[in-house]
Each structure stands twice: as C-alpha cells, then as structure tokens.
Design a protein around this ligand. Structure first.
Ligand SMILES: Cc1cc2nc3c(=O)[nH]c(=O)nc-3n(C[C@H](O)[C@H](O)[C@H](O)COP(=O)(O)OP(=O)(O)OC[C@H]3O[C@@H](n4cnc5c(N)ncnc54)[C@H](O)[C@@H]3O)c2cc1C
Length: 811
C-alpha cells in the first residue's frame, strides 16, 4: 500500500465516521486503527502518531479539554456574547421545539415524520364544519357587511355567539367547544374562503387574548367568572398590546400601571393606576372585556423591592371609569371591528391582573407562550382557506371566461399563474395540517408558528395577485358579484399583524430558530450564564459536541456537493424519493451554513438581517417541504395529486436552493469558498416545468378527484358568493362537445356566446334534444352571471356625511 492510498483510505474512513456523526471516542479509535495499519504495513513510523496525538489528545483528556480549552473559550465567549434583554430572552425561550429541531440538525429522520399521526376531525368537529359553518357562511352577505353595514348583521353576530364560534378554544367544563387545533384550522379555512370579515372576527377571540390567557394563567376565580361568559358570547374579548409608539417593538410599550391604593366598590384596596394609549385593537369597539398589557411599576415599594416589575396583563371591564373605547379604525375596507383604546388614571384592584399578583411582571412570557399556539392557527389557516377557495374559483372562471375563442385558462400565460395558484393552495393546506398536528400533540412550536405565519400570508398575497390577474376587470369592479376584491384589499392586514412580515422573516424565524433548534447553542448560552464548576462542565460538553457537529455537517455538505444526494436513504422508492434526499442534503447545508454564519459574524448576526432572513428561509422551506411530503403520504399517495405535489416540492426546493446561493454570494470570501464546495457543479434543482404547470391548470379547470381534494372543506354551496361557479362550470363543460356538434351540423364556426341561440339552432338542425337546448339556456344564464360585473347609481356610492346629506335632500 502506498502512502497516497493510505491517506485516501484514512480520509474516507474518518469522513464516513464524521458523516454518520460518530462519537469522539469512535472517531479517535478510527484514527488509531488507520495509524496502526500504516505502521504495520511499514508506511511510516512515529511522525503521524505524534501529529494525531497533538490534535486528538487534548479533546480526549477531559482534564486538559475542560480546564484549558473550554475554560479559555468560555471566558472569550462570555465577553463577546451579545447582550440580551429579558423580553428577548422570554421570546426566545417561549414554546417548544418539534419538527423544526429535526430539520435544523442536518439528518432529518423521515420515518419519525411518517409516524406522526395524520390529523383527523372528531364527529362533533366534522358536524360543526358541515353544518354550523355552512349555515353562517350562507347567512353572511359579505358585500352588505363590507359596503353597507361596515359590520356583520345582528343575526350573524347572534348566531356566532349562540353556536359558540368564539369558544373553540375554551374547555368544555366552562361551556366551550374545546376543539382541536386542526378543527379550528379547518373551520377558519372555510370561513376565510367565504368572508374575511367573518374569519377575522371569529379568529381573534380564539387566538391570543383573554380566553387563551385565562385558561393558562388565570386564577380559579377569574376562570370561573370569565370563561363561561366568554363561551356563551356574553363577553366579547379583545387584547390590547400595540400602542402608537410601540408596534413591532411591542416590548417597549410606554403604557404604565403604578401600584397604589385606591377605592374599589366602596373600599380602599391595593391596586394599579393605569395610563395607556392603544391602537389597532381588533374587536375593541364591541369588546366587553379588554385584556391590557402594560409596564407595571412599584415606585413606593408597596408590594416589594422591585420598582420596575415589567410587562403585566390585566382584564378590564368595558365600562370601567377612565377608559375610552368605541371608536373604529377602517382596515382596508374589510371592516371587522378594530379601534383605539385609551385610559387615563384607570384604577383596577390587584386581582384584575391575569393570574393575580403572582403573575405581575410575567406578561411578556405569557404572551409569547400563547403566541406560539395562536399564530400557528389563525392567520395561516385564514390564508390557506383563502387560497383553496381561490384555486377552485379561478379554475372555474378560467374555463368559463373565453377570449380569442378559447377559455382563458388554456392560454399558456394564464397557465403560469394558475400553476402557482394550484401548487400554492396544495402546499398551504399541507402546512396548516402538519403544523396544527404539532399543536394537537401538545407542542407550542414558536419557530414553526413564525414560519407558518410569514410564509402562508406571503403565499396568500401571491395567490391573490394571481387570481386577480386571471380575473381581470371582474376582480376589480367591486359589488355584490365580486368575490375577490375585498379579500385582495384585506391581504396586507394578515401581512402586518401578529409580527409584521419583514420583521418576522428578518429577525424572528432564524433568530429564534438558530438558538432553539440548534442542538448546542442554547445549552452553550445557558452554561455561559451559569457560574462555577457546573457552568464549565456544561459548557465543555456543549462546546465539544458543537465542534463535532460542525465537522460532521462540513463533511456531509462536501460529500453532497461533489457526490450528490443519490445515496442518501429515503423512505420511498417512487418519484418522491429524490425530494427526501434533497431535503436531507439541504438540511445538512443549513446546519453547516448556520454555524459558519454564527462563527464568522458572532453577535453581529443579529444586525445582519438579510443573512438571518435567508437562513430563516432555508429553515422555513425545509419545514414546508416536510409538510408537503407528509400530506402526500397521509393522503395515501394519490396519483391524481402528483402534479400538485411535484410543483409544490420543486418550487419549495428551488427557493431553498436560491436562498442558500444568495446567502453564499453575499458572504464575502468565505461564502465564495463554500459555494465552490457545496455547489461545485452549479444548481441542482430546477424550477417546476411548463408541462407541470399545464397539468395543474387542467386540474383546476374541471371537476376531478385532485380538484375536489384541493378544495376539501371549503364553502362551495350555490348559496355562497361563488358556489354557483361550480354549477356553471359543470354546465359549460357539458355544453362544449354539444357546441362542437352544432358547429359540425351547421358547417361553420360558432361563437361561444349567446348559447341559448346556439341551442335552438342545434334543435333546428336536429342534433340536440329538448333537454340539451335547456342546458344551453342554463349555461348561458350562468355564463353571463359569471362574467358580468356590478354597476351603481352614483348616489349609491356615497358614504358617510355625503350619504346623509343626499338622504336629507331626497327624503
Ligand atoms: C388590522 C390590525 C389589527 C390588529 N390587531 C391587534 C390587536 O388586536 N391587538 C394588538 O395589540 N395589536 C394589534 N395590531 C397591531 C399589529 O400587531 C401591529 O400593527 C404590528 O405589530 C406592527 O406594528 P406597526 O403597524 O406599528 O408597524 P411598525 O412597527 O412601525 O413596522 C413598520 C415596518 O417596519 C418593519 N420592522 C420593524 N422593526 C423591524 C426590524 N427590527 N427588522 C426588520 N423590519 C422591521 C416591520 O416589519 C414593518 O414592515 C393590529 C394591527 C392591524 C393593522
């Protein structure tokens, strides 16, 4: 054996050990074995042994490793670690790590993912979705609510209260529905597909707010009093955190609650004097109970030595003295109730604090914990529901609407938009299914909640824009027959609330993900914050585990770059196998790039938002890809869904790849070097093909199993604003071959308009029956209803004072 062969064999064996994450001891034994082989075969004597000893001994001798290496590194680490405020720390530590941890660590266990149970509705939940949800959708005329009333009509409000739509999260013992997260998600999807005002109004009380906070942190008295009243709709809640000076930076609210004595119900009691100015508060104008976040202070030391106690949450009844509430904001013509609340010297007793005095100062932590649940459900589900309904309605419209003698959906340019609509709707449903499954398993996945919120609302924006483009003027002219415009107008609301999207992408996803999902970083930080021997012991263990992790991911990334991912184990042998393999490759890449970014930039990474955003994108697309594969598996791998699944996976993987390349291209010399190692042969994933886009477009344009599954659970009844499109679609498809028959009999091309006349002509030519003539008539009526838009008398568009004046003048 020559030295060169020995070197190559050693590299392969040690590389394989690192690739498979062998322990330090196994790795050392592997090195000794190779040295022994080298010596026994006479290749070398002692020099390589000395080199190996110098490198490996310090790591293998705990005394040296801990007391010399780890100790010194710990001293430097403590100096360079960025300062972290308590609110940042609370946000970081809130919630749990679930599948996000698995994909961050470079070696996702796909079998583990497949063993996660598929979500299911109980009989009660299914019945609620089929009955109560359909009923309320049929009751609500969205145009009337958004244009005329600027509110939902009273009977809809009452129905929502009576049927406990606001109590989906409240436990049965308090009279609530206690639905699973998955059921809540399906319900919101259906409502959002019908009306944004409806979905927003129902979504908020079931998300972060008094109900959720009371169930987790309320005292027994608070729970017994409020929860039954919230469950039966006697109380309408809102939660007020945002103030004019503190939006995204909500931890900096200037609102205060000062501990003092005051009078309550005729007695002098210890309490808080509140001064606050809040805005953008959903449901505030109609709320009967206000959850309020403020900074609690005790300057006179009435309850202890701490002067600045911190963010605290309390519940205020609407009619409390000193509070101004009732005025409304107008959020983009989707007038769900939203408005400001002010309070001047409002006195509340201590037991108004959620959880009582014991929870004083713990408000931020409470909010962050609850946010990691609510944010997984409400906005992602509303977005997915919107996208699913848009996919069906746009597919139907593009088959019914013709230009240049063709259904517009058959034109290649339109196909491109339709592919995005269909593929994204499939993907979004997959994400909500997977992430709410996590909640139902007891997780509070804070990183996944940020991923779902950001990506689902952005994808809805994309789907909405595409749907508008395909509909042309039909989407633009508002009126009772426009089923798109209000949803389009309201899309930025979801982008802005619960963590505005730019901030969520740039700061939150990776900021939290890097620390929570990484197997060693949080432990290193905690160890560094722990004094004495225990701190050093923990730091030593975490640090050297971390170093092994970095080397392993380096080797894996290098191997995948040069060797590709075809030898990676995949839990499938069909066309999905390549996706599992690529996901494993990209997961190792993320783990490696993440450590490189942290190593090179250190605390500066917090300010390098564009780097952080791209690392967050990688984590997000790995989660989204997992959700797509899981959905396909849970659905029983239906062949009809393959185009949708392929498009969703290819688009996701391509975006993942682009985020990696963009990061490397913006990471100086280190980035260029890594790009050469990780992408030596250039890009490995292509964008979804035109052929795939064409197949999706066809799926959306006619009834079939894949289309039915795509729109599953949505309100498509003819009683709804666009359910009739489904009926017209069936008629138009039935008319198409008959139309061709009439053309053939007539010996000329006939326009696909005035279908009732074509029907009569067919009858005269003896090629159509009476029923078929009837079908032509019905199809024409439906076709015109679909393509026509509303117009108004000028005075019908007057609003506010102008409308009052017109009314007075014309009374
Ligand atoms: C319709 C509606 C309903 C709402 N409902 C409620 C409610 O019920 N209760 C409640 O308390 N609040 C509510 N909010 C408030 C909502 O959560 C805030 O609007 C949101 O936190 C953003 O604050 P802001 O609008 O002041 O934007 P700003 O904080 O001024 O942000 C402006 C832009 O700067 C970006 N940005 C800010 N900081 C950073 C950063 N560090 N890095 C990168 N980008 C950054 C943001 O992403 C955003 O794009 C609601 C808001 C709206 C519009």
């Amino acid at each position: 054996m020559s030295v060169a062969i020995w070197c190559i064999a050693t590299l392969i064996i040690l590389g394989a050990l690192l690739y498979h994450r062998a322990s330090l001891r196994t790795f050392t034994l592997g090195a000794i074995l190779m040295l022994a082989i080298g010596t026994f075969t006479g290749l070398f004597a002692w020099v390589p042994w000395v080199i190996a000893a110098v490198i490996l001994l310090p790591f293998n001798l705990p005394f040296i490793r801990k007391n010399i290496l780890a100790k010194r590194i710990l001293t430097v680490y403590r100096k360079i670690m960025p300062e972290m405020s308590q609110t940042e720390r609370d946000a970081l530590e809130a919630g749990t790590v679930w599948w996000d941890g698995e994909i961050f660590r470079g070696t996702p266990n796909w079998k583990k993912m497949h063993s996660i149970p598929a979500p299911k509705l109980t009989a009660e939940e299914q019945s609620f979705l089929d009955n109560q949800c359909d009923e309320v959708c049929a009751m609500l005329d969205d145009w009337k609510a958004t244009h005329e009333l600027a509110d939902m009509p009273e009977n809809v409000w009452q129905y929502l209260k009576d049927e406990k739509f606001f109590a989906m999260i409240i436990k049965k013992e308090y009279g609530g529905l206690e639905f699973s997260a998955y059921a809540q998600s399906r319900i919101l999807q259906k409502l959002a597909g019908h009306s944004t005002i409806l979905a927003s109004t129902v979504g908020v009380p079931n998300s972060l707010g008094p109900g959720e906070l009371l169930q987790h942190y309320g005292t027994k008295e608070q729970q017994d009093y409020y929860l039954p009243r919230l469950a039966n709709g006697q109380e309408i809640p809102c939660f007020a955190l945002t103030s004019p000076e503190a939006g995204s930076d909500a931890g900096s609210i200037p609102d205060t609650g000062v501990v003092c004595k005051g009078e309550w119900e005729g007695k002098e009691v210890l309490g808080l004097r509140l001064n606050f100015n809040k805005r953008y508060i959903t449901l505030a104008p109609v709320a009967t109970v206000v959850g309020l976040a403020f900074k609690m202070q005790d300057p006179d030391g009435l309850i202890g030595d701490t002067k600045d106690i911190g963010i605290t949450c309390a519940l205020l009844p609407r009619d409390i003295e000193g509070m101004t509430i009732g005025r409304r904001h107008l959020p983009l013509n989707v007038p769900f109730h939203n408005g400001p609340i002010q309070g001047k010297d409002v006195f509340i007793p201590m037991d108004f604090i959620i959880g009582g005095q014991a929870m004083a100062g713990k408000g931020w932590r409470m909010l962050m914990e609850c946010l990691s649940v609510g944010r997984v459900i409400t906005l992602p589900s509303n977005s997915a529901g919107g996208a699913k309904s848009l996919a069906l309605v746009t597919g139907a419209y593009s088959r019914i609407r013709r230009q240049f003698k063709l259904p517009i959906g058959k034109m290649e340019g339109v196909e491109e938009a339709m592919a995005r609509i269909g593929g994204n709707a499939y993907l979004m449903d997959a994400v909500t299914k997977f992430s709410t499954t996590g909640l139902d398993l007891g997780e509070k996945p804070s990183v996944i909640s940020a991923i779902s919120k950001y990506h689902m609302t952005e994808k809805l924006r994309q789907v909405m824009n595409d749907a508008m483009d395909v509909h042309g003027g039909k989407g633009i002219c508002l009126g009772p027959n426009n089923y798109l415009g209000r949803g389009y107008q309201g899309t930025p609301v979801a982008i802005t609330v619960e963590g505005a999207n730019i901030l969520t992408r740039s700061l939150m996803i990776y900021g939290q993900g890097a620390i929570r999902c990484h197997p060693f970083v949080l432990e290193e930080m905690d160890a560094a914050a722990t004094e004495g021997k225990e701190g050093l012991n923990r730091f030593d263990k975490a640090l050297f585990g971390h170093i092994g992790f970095v080397f392993s991911n380096f080797v894996r990334s290098l191997w995948f770059g040069f060797g590709g991912s075809r030898f990676v184990a995949a839990p499938a042998t069909d066309s999905t196998a390549k996706y599992y393999r690529l996901m494993t490759r990209f997961s190792s890449n993320l783990a490696f790039m993440s450590d490189v970014a942290m190593g090179v930039l250190g605390g500066e990474l917090k300010r390098r938002e564009r780097i952080s955003a791209r690392l967050g994108d990688m984590l997000s697309y790995l989660f989204i890809g997992s959700a797509i594969l899981k959905r396909f598996e849970d659905d029983g791998r239906p062949a009809e869904d393959l185009p949708l699944m392929h498009w969703a996976m290819q688009d996701t993987l391509r975006k993942l790849q682009e985020s990696q390349l963009e990061m490397l291209e913006n990471f100086g010399t280190v980035g260029s070097l890594l790009k050469g190692l990780m992408y030596p042969f250039g890009r490995v994933v292509k964008a979804p093909s035109d052929k795939l886009g064409h197949k999706i477009s066809r799926i959306l344009m006619e009834p079939n199993a894949a289309r039915t599954r795509l729109g599953e659970g949505q309100f498509l009844s003819p009683k709804g604003p666009f359910g009739y499109l489904e009926e017209v679609l069936v008629d138009i498809i039935a008319v198409e071959p008959l139309h061709a028959k009439v053309e053939k009999a007539a010996g000329e091309r006939l326009s696909f308009t005035r279908l009732h006349e074509v029907g009569i002509r067919g009858k005269e030519l003896g090629v159509l029956t009476d029923e078929e003539v009837e079908l032509f008539k019905r199809a024409e009526e439906g076709r015109l209803r679909v393509i026509n838009v509303d117009d108004f008398a000028p005075e019908d568009l007057l609003a506010g004072p102008a409308a009052h004046e017109w009314g007075r003048n014309n009374a």
